[in-house]
Design a protein around this ligand. Structure first.
Ligand SMILES: Cc1ncc(COP(=O)(O)O)c(C=O)c1O
Length: 383
């Protein structure tokens, strides 16, 4: 059997990884400024993570959600303590799309409505509801167009006011748009969304799948605005590569048996991985570290000729180039062994390294990036 060919592949096969480095099958080393798409939060194969998963595997890896799972309870308790939304409840699932799909269902059960207000440039996943609220018709199939969705321009307060009404079920916002090119939702946009949602009994969802879990320099990027959403979806950095996701649910939502469910979500092994991630984030002060490293990186990047602007927060950074970034990213990868990320904007390169990346690794990247920019964008100088 061959693989269903939906991914354009780099001709590279990583076989080993540690911290912010990967090695391919020929032994070549790579520096990871991409974090496997914002997934690697505490570094590849962190020893504490490996130990916790290994120990759990040797005890019990899985049983269904029909029995008490102490690891799931321990994880929810720790997450509540660390994330700043202690009164919220947790529902666990397996991927970011599923987290958003469940968030939409919780919202719709709550107010019995179905219209969703989403943002231009959004990405929320590929399952039916999640892809319908994603601003990319190219990845939606006809079956996905049955949802009632209104897209408003990013950070456009007036458009948001015009879109939200008494028929609206939910508003969904990425605190920092990832795929869309690293656009930060403004404080006033969040605050207006909160106010309008209160006014019309609409559910406010923070899609924190990519920008959450400490990446922004706070546990959640919406926390910069002081706004408390009703539902928060999480995935990616939560498991450092282990597939695990969840929805954080405000206490105003009443659970009913059978309302949501999953076979794999929140299994013992996934919860051990997720607990290990939180323990490392806490013991190594990774949120503060991400904020500091992000500031360092942004300042340095903005001084490199050919860089137009640098967007983002913490270690979720969009580097907007004067030239399309594809050739620059290829050169970084093939000549210098550095993985970076792209976005839907061809000028914006995305950087999503592990939260514990060191200054040494960032300096190496900055040196090679400057070199590549000299080659590809020699005409651009800073005044
Ligand atoms: C903001 C956001 N939401 C949801 C998703 C979907 O997550 P998954 O691929 O785990 O389904 C992604 C994935 O890139 C994302 O960036």
């Amino acid at each position: 059997m061959h693989l269903f060919d939906v991914y354009p592949l780099y001709p590279i096969a990583p076989v080993r990884a540690r911290g912010s480095y990967l090695w391919d099958d020929s032994g070549r080393q790579y520096l990871d400024l991409y974090g496997g798409h914002a997934v690697i939060s505490i570094g590849h194969s962190h020893p504490h993570y490996v130990q916790r998963i290994t120990e759990q595997l040797s005890k019990i890896a899985f049983y269904s959600n029909s029995v008490i799972n102490p690891v799931q309870e321990a994880f929810a308790h720790k997450l509540g303590q660390m994330c700043g939304h202690e009164a919220f409840a947790l529902f666990m699932c397996n991927s970011g799309a599923e987290a958003n799909e469940n968030a939409l269902k919780i919202a719709s059960f709550y107010n019995q409505r179905s219209k969703v207000v989403a943002l231009k440039g959004s990405f929320h996943g590929r399952t039916s509801g999640a892809v319908a609220i994603t601003d990319n018709p190219a990845i939606a199939a006809p079956i996905n167009f049955k949802h009632h969705v209104v897209f408003v321009p990013h950070n456009d307060v007036a458009a948001l006011e015009a879109a939200i009404d008494d028929q609206t079920c939910a508003v969904i916002i990425e605190g920092i748009q990832g795929v869309g090119g690293v656009h930060v939702a403004s404080d006033v946009f969040w605050q207006t969304a909160r106010h309008l949602c209160n006014l019309h009994n609409v559910v406010l969802i923070s899609d924190s799948v990519q920008c959450g879990y400490g990446r922004s320099g706070k546990f959640f990027s919406h926390q910069f605005s002081g706004v408390e959403p009703d539902l928060i979806s999480i995935a990616k950095g939560m498991g450092n590569g282990f597939p695990v996701a969840g929805v954080l649910i405000h206490p105003k939502f009443q659970p009913v048996h059978g309302m949501l469910g999953t076979t794999f979500g929140g299994n013992h092994l996934a919860c051990a991985a997720a607990l290990a991630v939180l323990e490392v984030i806490e013991s190594e002060n990774l949120i503060e570290h991400a904020a500091a490293m992000g500031q360092y990186l942004k300042t340095a990047l903005s001084q490199i000729p050919g860089v137009k602007t640098v967007r983002g927060r913490g270690l979720m950074i969009g580097v907007v180039l004067e030239i399309p970034c594809a050739a620059v990213r290829d050169e970084l990868l093939y000549q210098h062994g550095i993985f970076t990320g792209s976005s839907s904007d061809k000028y914006t390169m995305r950087l999503l390294p592990a939260l514990n990346i060191g200054k040494r690794e960032l300096d190496y990247f900055l040196e090679k990036f400057s070199l590549v920019m000299k080659k590809y964008a020699p005409a651009f100088t800073h005044e």
